[in-house]
Design a protein. Structure first.
Length: 137
């Protein structure tokens, strides 16, 4: 299994909306960055992803799971970009702020810090465990 972090602006798509989508999940679409799209193509069914509220909040708020691997993004007229379908797994007991992540030296290598505009990024298993502990999971 691989681990990821997916960013969404909560006024566009929030963790609560993801939760309301239920077990059928919802498409993670609208990604137009080539590196983020490449990451979507690398996702496998069963992979776990942190759900990060960007712009408003700037914090990891939950976990979702990939339930359908990449397919053409219906919102992309060019036919170049893909989407995956994810379902809600859990809400973090304690959201993890970007500020807290930046303060942890063991997480300084994360794309979340180094490439702050990237919307879909891999998370190594060691960092996944550290972040789970920070989120009281």
């Amino acid at each position: 299994m691989n681990y990821w972090l997916m960013k969404s602006e909560p006024d566009v798509w929030s963790l609560n909306q993801q939760k309301q989508a239920g077990n059928k999940g919802a498409p993670w679409d609208g990604v137009r960055n080539y590196q983020a799209a490449k990451n979507l193509k690398s996702m496998k069914k069963g992979d776990q992803c942190f759900f990060y509220h960007s712009n408003i909040g700037k914090e990891i708020v939950g976990i979702v799971e990939v339930i359908k691997e990449h397919y053409l993004d219906k919102t992309d007229q060019s036919g170049r970009f893909v989407a995956v379908t994810v379902k809600f797994i859990k809400e973090l007991e304690k959201p993890i702020t970007l500020e807290e992540i930046k303060k942890n030296k063991q997480l300084s290598h994360l794309s979340l810090i180094k490439q702050s505009r990237l919307s879909v990024m891999p998370i190594d298993s060691k960092s996944w465990k550290i972040l789970n502990k920070m989120g009281r999971i």
